[in-house]
Design a protein around this ligand. Sequence first.
Ligand code: HEC
Length: 233
Amino acid sequence: MNRAPILFLGVFCVLAFSFVGLVLTNQLTYGAFTTHVDEDEGKAFPQQLPGIAAQGKLVYQDLGCVTCHTQQVRREGFGSDIGEKSRGWGERQSVARDYLREERVLLGSQRTGPDLRNFAARKTPAGADFTADWLYSYLYDPKLVVADSSMPRYAFLFKTQKIVGQPSPKALTLSEAYAPEAGYEIVPTARGEALVAYLLSLKDTYAYPETKNVYTPPAKPEGTVEEKKEGTQ
Ligand code: HEC
């Protein structure tokens, strides 16, 4: 018996279903996304990264920061990025449109360090002492600002140079133990500056229409077991 037609049909179906499932549905779901024009603000979101931050993204890729840091805030109920026992990594979950302008999406898979998708948004309003200087010191040696930090040093993003005239406003403020010899200062290299500009651009705070009706776990019913126990004691 000639089984060739059945075999061909089987192979065809497998390939066709895979194509529909893996390619076509994704294309139909996400391919239609465009930037969201906010008429009130007169801007299209997500916004283009400023030039220096775009260069910084290349430095981030080059140095492999993605091996330890993700860039995706999971929704409430999935992990503890947002919500009650939150690590405070974002106000809302990341959505597909956040990544629209990115040719290379750096989601990452290991959360050895904190998620950085909203790094600038969560650091800036809360930490009054948070500035680009904090980041420069942190990248030079994380232990300068976080005593028990396990983040690697990136001192090679800095250079020691002779002070000519006034000290550079970008020079690191270092304690005696770290300070270079008199007459010298430590300043970020162009790559260091670009990387810091990129980290400062990481904020997905804009509320797209699709972020407004994402799943949130139902509120706990009133009078849960613990509460009842307390009431009867
Ligand atoms: C070997 C893993 C590892 C690599 C590689 C790594 N980090 Fe980290 N990073 C960490 C850990 C762990 C922390 C948290 C430590 C702490 O609290 O200081 C951290 C913290 C940070 C923070 C502070 C986050 C916050 O919310 O306070 C920033 C910013 C950061 N890393 C940026 C980078 C950049 C940029 C690179 C690449 C140049 C990088 N990291 C590479 C492990 C890593």
